[in-house]
Design a protein. Structure first.
Length: 493
RNA sequence: GAGACGCUAGCUCAGUCGGUAGAGCAACUGCCUUUUAAGCAGUGGGUCCGGGGUUCGAUCCCCCGGCGUCUCACCA
């Protein structure tokens, strides 16, 4: 969208002409809409019989001028509708103003609803008002019998100019409306269970709750570095300590990593914490949140993704990580020696950072051999204790955690713990993790204030994180994260 | 991080075996009172991503760079 100067200049000149020759303000202040396109089309009979006048407004998407009468198609909030404008109804002057308009202009029309000779539902204009003059031409996308022509195909331009994409590319608006519905429904369910929606700091002096490289910023007045959060966990847990009992936040997290089909530097996470609950409660809640939402937005528990049909009907399979490895690869990691584990990781192309740690080797084997095979929803439980410092060990076998990860279509959709709340244990595990920074730059630094918060006493708590973007991708069938983010991160032009 | 591919008019794309370029839509000027990818006639519109090289001559060939798309790898 660069040098369109001559096309733009022609339209700027039109603005002047409209003001001077027609005495019309091309940018008036308001307009009363009484009906939207979809409602009129859905209820044509009653509009037709009542001969009630409607006021509609929208953007001109197509114009068919035939001398002294014209058809044009406008697009409003809900869809498209055809208008009929005739010189003998509107008068010479206003009709000739209409003929000067361009695709992309926004107009309002008042008139009655009838069908044209070819049967198309049409608003026959008695009055016509220019509401906004466009000066930057839109891509022209044509349509016939559901087939589209000259689609706005350049993905880069679509992402950089999403407002244009929303106007001209069929289906884009619907995808984002669905995203909005998904988030709204999740909030509705959590609100109904007395979870409180809260807002916690995005700018943090110490980041944590995950392993990732942060974005670093600087506060001038305080002369300190601040980090954009990589997770919501540390502050939400402070609120559990503070007595809120059930909290959640749906918000942006930021990770300074690569960009690809499933990763954007800023992305939306849901994290929720339930005092006096554990990871089993989180499992039930995960099923309810996702299944209720898919039913609400899609009307079916089955979704099509990557050409696969995925059935989200509950209950979902539950399997311990070590059993999953056995089931999918035949390796009995419980019976394997450390040497055999190391050899197996190497054999399958894995890599272990720093000194050998048995639990991390088991987790690595899971990622190498099992993860992408878990297409139907599967709760993988009992990860090795070394995989996270923030989770309680299982009662029956302290080498493993009271944790689950939910996998669908080979990717992680949720991660939940019986949250660690033993402050002595917590201080040790977080300190140990901070030491790993020497071999793993993604390990977060020690967070003394967080540990002190836990020292005040955090009740037994179940917590869960769900990647909202991936959930939206699953339920919309979009396989590229950029297609479900209104404004994905782009390099500057 | 690797590979493939792409970047030509506002949009979608052709094209030039190296001689500075075309279509459709959009725009502009006419005609047209039931059209719908409206139609008919005419007109204008381009740093062919940027820089260097080869060449009499580069948008085309070569090199470097930029940006992008896709695939793979990485990613608590």
């Amino acid at each position: 969208m660069e040098d369109t100067s001559s096309l733009i200049q022609i339209r700027i000149d039109k603005i002047k002409e409209i003001r001077e020759n027609f005495g019309v303000n091309p940018f008036p202040y308001r307009y009363d809409i009484t009906a939207y396109s979809k409602e009129i089309i859905d209820n044509f009979d009653s509009y037709f019989e009542s001969e009630k006048k409607v006021s509609v407004a929208g953007r001109i998407m197509a114009m068919r001028v035939m001398g002294k009468a014209s058809f044009c198609t406008i697009q409003d909030r809900d869809g498209k509708i055809q208008l009929y404008l005739a010189e003998n109804k509107l008068g010479d002057e206003i009709y000739s103003l209409f003929k000067k308009l361009d695709l992309g202009d926004i107009i309002g029309v008042k008139g009655i609803v009838k069908k044209s000779k070819t049967g198309e539902i049409t608003v026959f204009a008695d009055e016509f008002t220019l509401l906004t003059k466009n000066i930057r031409p839109l891509p022209v996308v044509k349509e016939k019998d559901g087939e589209t022509f000259d689609l706005f195909a350049d993905k880069e331009l679509r992402y950089r100019n999403r407002q244009i994409d929303l106007i001209v590319t069929p289906g884009v608006k619907e995808t984002f409306l669905k995203r909005i519905q998904i988030i709204k429904n999740i909030k509705r369910i959590l609100d109904s269970k007395e979870f409180l929606e809260v807002e916690t700091p995005v700018l943090q002096p110490v980041y944590g709750g995950a392993a990732a490289s942060p974005f670093t910023s600087h506060h001038n007045a305080l002369d300190i570095n601040l980090y954009l959060r990589i997770s919501l966990e540390p502050y939400l847990k402070r609120l559990i300590v503070g007595g809120f009992d059930r909290v959640y936040e749906i918000g942006k997290c930021f990770r300074n990593e690569g960009i690809d089909r499933t990763h954007n530097p800023e992305f939306t996470m849901l994290e929720l914490y339930q005092a006096y609950g554990d990871y089993n409660d989180m499992m039930a809640l995960a099923e309810e949140l996702i299944v209720d939402t898919v039913m609400k937005v899609n009307g079916s528990p089955k979704v099509n993704f990557d050409g696969k049909e995925i059935d989200l009907t509950t209950p979902w399979k539950k399997i311990k990580m070590t059993d999953a490895i056995k089931e999918y690869s035949g390796l009995d990691v419980m019976a394997m020696s450390d040497e055999d584990l190391q050899a197996a990781v190497k054999k399958h192309g894995g890599e272990l950072k720093g000194d050998y740690i048995r639990g991390l080797a088991i987790n690595e084997l899971f990622e190498l051999l099992v993860e992408d095979k878990l297409i139907a929803p599967t709760f993988v439980t009992h990860q090795p204790v070394e995989t996270t410092p923030l989770c309680k060990p299982d009662i029956e076998d302290e080498r493993f955690l009271q944790r689950f990860e939910l996998f669908i279509n080979g990717t992680e959709f949720a991660n939940a713990y019986s949250e660690s709340n033993d402050p002595v244990f917590q201080r040790k595990t977080l300190y140990d993790q901070s030491l790993r920074r020497e071999v793993d730059e993604e390990a977060p630094p020690m967070d003394e204030n967080f540990v002190q918060a836990i020292e005040a006493g955090m009740p037994p708590t179940g917590g869960m994180g769900i990647g909202i973007d991936r959930l939206v991708m699953l339920l919309t069938g979009e396989s590229t994260i950029r297609d479900i983010l209104l404004f994905p991160t782009m390099k500057p032009e």
